[in-house]
Design a protein around this ligand. Structure first.
Ligand code: GRF
Length: 196
């Protein structure tokens, strides 16, 4: 059975969606949830599910990204994962770290890539007057938010939408999309999944 390590920075709602789907589908199992912030709420939520957790606080490493990533990779590699899922992980990873896991590392991004790579995706969609928004799961490559597309889900932008309302609508779709993509990826199917 494929072993999955999940990297988080915050609440971990996407992590929980993945964990629940793995428990239900039995196609993979979570072997680690690791955060770059020891206070990330997702760590408690993962531990409550009986999943091994770890934290590597990036702050003591300052600008030395490589040193932070070496500590992070040590925690990850100790659990011998087949697949890594970035789920609300908010640190930029260096090409060196990505090369280590390329081809087996996924990320979910809250926009319809290639639109709006980077941050503040919902504010940008609203400012542009887009009629729809959504989320994308992609393979992680050295170029930020630009790897091969594995799945997308769309939502309407509604009149009067605020950033928070749109973010909540997209987040609900993230929780549908990411597990479905992981199911496919775990059996080697990289066909992009476009949710209706
Ligand atoms: C979500 O907005 C998601 O789009 C992005 O990180 C945010 C927090 O996700 N990837 P989570 O609740 O920590 O999974």
């Amino acid at each position: 059975m494929k072993q999955v390590a999940i990297l988080i920075s915050g609440g971990g709602s996407n992590m929980l969606a993945l964990v629940r789907d793995m428990a239900e589908g039995g196609y993979a199992r979570p072997v680690l949830v690791v955060a770059n912030d020891p206070t990330a709420k997702g760590l408690e939520r993962a531990a409550a599910q009986g999943i091994p957790v770890a934290a590597v606080d990036h702050r003591p490493f300052g600008r030395d990204r490589e040193a932070f990533e070496a500590a992070l990779a040590a925690k990850i590699d100790a659990t011998n994962p087949d697949i890594l899922c970035l789920a609300g992980f908010m640190r930029i990873l260096t090409p060196g770290f990505i090369r280590r896991y390329q081809g087996r590392m996924l990320n979910i991004h809250p926009s319809l890539l290639p639109k709006y790579p980077g941050l503040h995706t919902h504010a940008r969609a609203l400012a542009a007057g887009d009629a729809e928004a959504g989320c994308t799961v992609h393979e992680v490559t050295a170029e930020l938010d630009a790897g091969p597309l594995l799945g997308q889900a769309r939502v309407p932008v509604l009149p009067g939408d605020t950033e928070d309302r749109l973010a909540a609508r997209v987040l609900a779709r993230e929780h549908q999309l990411y597990p479905r993509v992981l199911r496919r990826f775990a059996v080697g199917d990289r066909t992009p999944l476009l949710l209706p």
